[in-house]
Write a protein that binds this ligand. Structure first.
Ligand SMILES: [Zn+2]
Ligand SMILES: [Zn+2]
Length: 318
């Protein structure tokens, strides 16, 4: 069972995205790239080299529903005459093309993001949405944790690895402990724990960083020999990456705790202090990062949080 990586250009800051072809029955594509002419051409080139036509694809599996990964899912499915599309059911917001605006608005307001900034973020995300088609809720099949995707000569075990997004999934080939990890594992940067409503109770915030640490530890328990990420080259030394990520997360947490004045601050203010240079496009990711670290520090009993109106205010524990 051969895993063929195909790199596709994206219009995003992160650079090219990796999709993975399993060229045996049922022919399967893991992630699709964004809906752009350039990504479409690069995908067709990659498939041609592997002697596969789009119409041969029987199954499209999504590691998660960000535009750079899921953008072409619908057009490829249509061209492949109803290949099945599988995604974890916690990827709700993006996958049906509604960004749960109300729920996000509440989460951002709780983080202390000013209304004008929220409006700017909304406009920015509307711009990004054009890189993916939306799906109706019933056009997807679910990915179940611990179940398997079967192929002619092997299988991939589905490992739910929430953190970057609630429904992020990885795929393990047990025979040689190879993992396809989407944006859960990126060679050069720690993935952003994106601010999301909790899929079980959308009025709450998904504890993205705490979940992410569990996902990393779970992947580590398989002692992977090779990890294919969503961006950048493959990771051969997962142990090194695991330790580096953990160190980076701990260091950032210490920085965040030091930024809290006695009088308290919102996550938005923390994000502006952490990333003063960020422009519009990245302010949402910056506030995601701040909230994730504050949430984790709070869940570990290292800082306090109080409500001031609908805004959360974080304070050091004295
Ligand atoms: Zn992503
Ligand atoms: Zn990505």
């Amino acid at each position: 069972m051969k895993i063929v990586p195909i790199s596709l250009p994206t219009p995003f800051y992160i650079g090219p995205v990796n999709v993975y072809l399993i060229a045996e029955d049922p022919i399967t594509l893991i992630d699709t790239g964004p809906k752009t002419k350039e990504a479409n051409e690069a995908l067709r080139d990659g498939l041609r080299k592997a002697r596969v036509r789009v119409s041969d694809i029987r199954r499209i599996v999504l590691t998660h529903a960000h535009e750079d990964h899921c953008g072409m899912a619908r057009s490829l499915r249509d061209e492949a005459k109803n290949a099945e599309v599988l995604v974890h059911e916690w990827e709700t917001g993006h996958r049906v093309g509604r960004l749960e605006y109300e729920e996000h608005h509440k989460l951002l307001a709780r983080a202390g993001v000013p209304d004008a900034e929220i409006e700017g973020m909304r406009r920015m995300y509307e711009g990004v949405r054009k890189y993916a088609d939306s799906f109706a809720e019933d056009e997807y099949g679910p990915l179940w944790d611990e179940s398997e995707l079967h192929f002619e000569t092997g299988a991939l075990r589905i490992i739910h690895t929430p953190g970057h997004t609630p429904g992020s999934c990885s795929f393990l080939r047990e025979a040689d402990r190879t993992v396809i990890a989407g944006d859960c594992v990126l060679k050069r940067i720690t993935p952003n724990p994106v601010l999301s409503p909790d899929p079980i109770d959308p009025t709450k915030r998904f504890p993205s960083l705490a979940e992410y640490l569990v996902s990393l530890a779970r992947l580590r328990s398989f002692a992977p020999t090779l990890v294919h990420g969503g961006h950048g080259g493959p990771v051969h030394d997962f142990e090194e990456l695991f330790n580096r990520y953990f160190r980076a997360i701990r260091e950032r947490q210490e920085e965040v705790i030091k930024l809290l004045p006695k009088a308290g601050v919102s996550a938005w203010e923390v994000s502006r202090a952490m990333f003063p240079e960020t422009d519009d496009v990245h302010r949402f990711l910056a506030v995601s990062e701040a909230v994730a670290h504050l949430d984790l520090a709070h869940s570990e009993g290292k800082i306090a949080v109080e409500l001031a109106g609908e805004r959360e205010v974080y304070k050091p524990i004295t």
